[in-house]
Design a protein around this ligand. Sequence first.
Ligand code: ADP
Ligand code: MG
Length: 147
Amino acid sequence: RSLPHFCRGQVVRGFGRGSKDLGIPTANFPESVVDNLPADISTGIYYGWARVDNGDIHKMVMSIGWNPYYKNTKKSMETHVIHTFEEDFYGQMLSVAMVGYIRPERGFNSLDELIAAIHSDIEEAKIKLDLPEHLKLKEHHFFKTSV
Ligand code: ADP
Ligand code: MG
C-alpha cells in the first residue's frame, strides 16, 4: 500500500458544519492536496502524525471521503489533531504523515453515534501510534524541514 503517505498544505475553511461544536474540530486540506492522494488510498479513517507550521508533532486522526453522514458531494481530507490548541490555525501549514488505516467510512443514525465512533478512532490512533515502528516516523526527514 501507499502508507506512510506524507503531505502538507495550507488549512482551508471547511463546510462550517460545526465539528468544533462537537469538540472534534477537523482541519481541511485544499483540493490540490486531496488530488495528490495516491490512487490506492481508499476512503475511510486514518491515523498518523500532524504538525502545524513548525510546531510540535502530535497524533492525529484523518477522515478521507465523501462524508456519508452529511451527504457531501465532494471528497475531503479532514484532520483532527489530538491536541488542544489555543487558537485556530486557518491559513497555516499543516504537515501530516498518514501511517495507518482504521476503518472504512460509514453512515450513522445519530450524531451521538458519530461522536462515539470518532472517540473510539482517537483511542485506537493513540495506542497504535505508540508502536515503535510508528513512533519512529516522528523523526522522518519530512518533519525536519521548516515550512
Ligand atoms: P471547518 O468547517 O472550517 O473545518 P471545524 O469546526 O472543523 O471548521 O474547525 C476546524 C478548524 O479548527 C481548523 O481549521 C483549525 O483552524 C481549528 N482547530 C483548532 N484545534 C484543532 C485541532 N485539534 N484539530 C484540528 N483543527 C483544529
Ligand atoms: Mg472541519
